[in-house]
Design a protein around this ligand. Structure first.
Ligand SMILES: NC(=O)c1ccc[n+]([C@@H]2O[C@H](COP(=O)([O-])OP(=O)(O)OC[C@H]3O[C@@H](n4cnc5c(N)ncnc54)[C@H](OP(=O)(O)O)[C@@H]3O)[C@@H](O)[C@H]2O)c1
Length: 273
């Protein structure tokens, strides 16, 4: 075996790893609940957990998307439960079913969410209320259930999917209602981190910017808007869903065992704080 052979194989592995963006994180024996895991960023997190040897419990609204996700991940690796994140009674009932059906839940990732794009003068009460209800109150309601479960079980990890909009007041994709909901998620995450630490509960959030998913397909299809948004991103391109997913997987894993209360940017360099 020559040094050249070793080096070329290591290089091949690095290139392959980069192309597939496969997870580096170990989830063997772990069960991870993922709201919004049926598509987009949440689905990429689900893939990473399964690649790392874990089991995923996807919570989302649309049955067809949920079943399709489980099929792609493999029925032995994933389950789907229906929930409406805009309805706290639906959240309570679904979380209770999940707690009853699984021996252990180790991590909860809150990726489910909706966008709101109206200019401030056009934001209706309905748009405001729905966006806050799904993105902020829905995240609170899931966290509230899982926090008490983790308290009783001796700990766990929470990762909330926020947005760059929550830090810069919108302007890339979502506007007032969306930015406010995500700023709220950041505050909620810090409060959870502060109060949960003594129960071995960690909470962190990830703030993506423009990422190719269903949520952004209209933006991606509009060349002018697309160019304007990309001009705001120092890396000069949108993310693929697997990119914020990698940061979420880090926070979800034991690799982040001493990270708590971090609001991490995965935004191509927009927020430089
Ligand atoms: N894409 C971006 O550019 C971007 C940027 C910053 C932050 N984010 C945040 O990243 C997270 C994931 O976004 P994404 O781009 O992956 O979005 P996506 O592709 O539109 O997926 C949204 C997910 O949320 C679920 N969901 C939406 N409303 C729900 C409700 N009322 N009840 C239950 N589930 C609901 C959807 O379930 P169904 O399959 O049932 O519809 C789906 O699984 C969101 O919190 C978003 O705000 C995204």
């Amino acid at each position: 075996m020559t040094l050249w052979w070793v080096m070329s194989n290591v290089l091949d592995m690095c290139v392959k790893h980069n192309e597939e963006r496969s997870t580096m994180f170990d989830f063997k024996g772990k069960t991870v609940v993922i709201t919004g895991g049926s598509r987009g960023i949440g689905f990429e997190v689900a893939k990473g957990v399964v690649e790392g040897g874990g089991h995923v419990v996807i919570l989302s609204r649309t049955e067809g998307n949920g079943h399709a996700a489980v099929e792609k991940l493999g029925a032995a690796n994933a389950d789907w439960y229906q929930v409406d994140l805009g309805d706290h009674e639906s959240i309570d009932a679904t979380m209770d079913k999940v707690f009853a059906d699984f021996d252990r839940i180790d991590v909860c990732v809150n990726s489910g969410g909706v966008i709101a794009k109206s200019k401030f003068e056009d934001v209706s009460y309905d748009e405001w209320e729905r966006t806050i209800r799904v993105n902020l109150t829905g995240t609170f309601a899931v966290c509230s259930k899982v926090y008490k479960y983790f308290m009783a079980k001796g700990g766990g990890r929470i990762v909330n999917v926020s947005s760059v909009a929550g830090k810069i007041g919108g302007g890339l994709l979502g506007t007032a209602a969306y930015a406010s909901s995500k700023a709220g998620v950041n505050g909620l995450t810090k409060a959870l981190a502060k109060e949960g630490g003594k129960y071995h509960i960690s909470a962190n959030a990830v703030c993506p910017s423009f990422t190719h998913t269903e949520m952004t397909k209209d933006l991606s299809a509009d060349p002018d808007k697309n160019a304007r948004v990309i001009a705001m991103i120092p890396l000069g391109r949108p993310a693929e869903a697997s990119e914020p997913a990698q940061m979420i997987l880090f926070f979800a894993s034991e690799a982040a065992s001493f990270v708590n209360g971090e609001i991490g940017d995965c935004d191509g360099g927009i927020v430089l704080d």
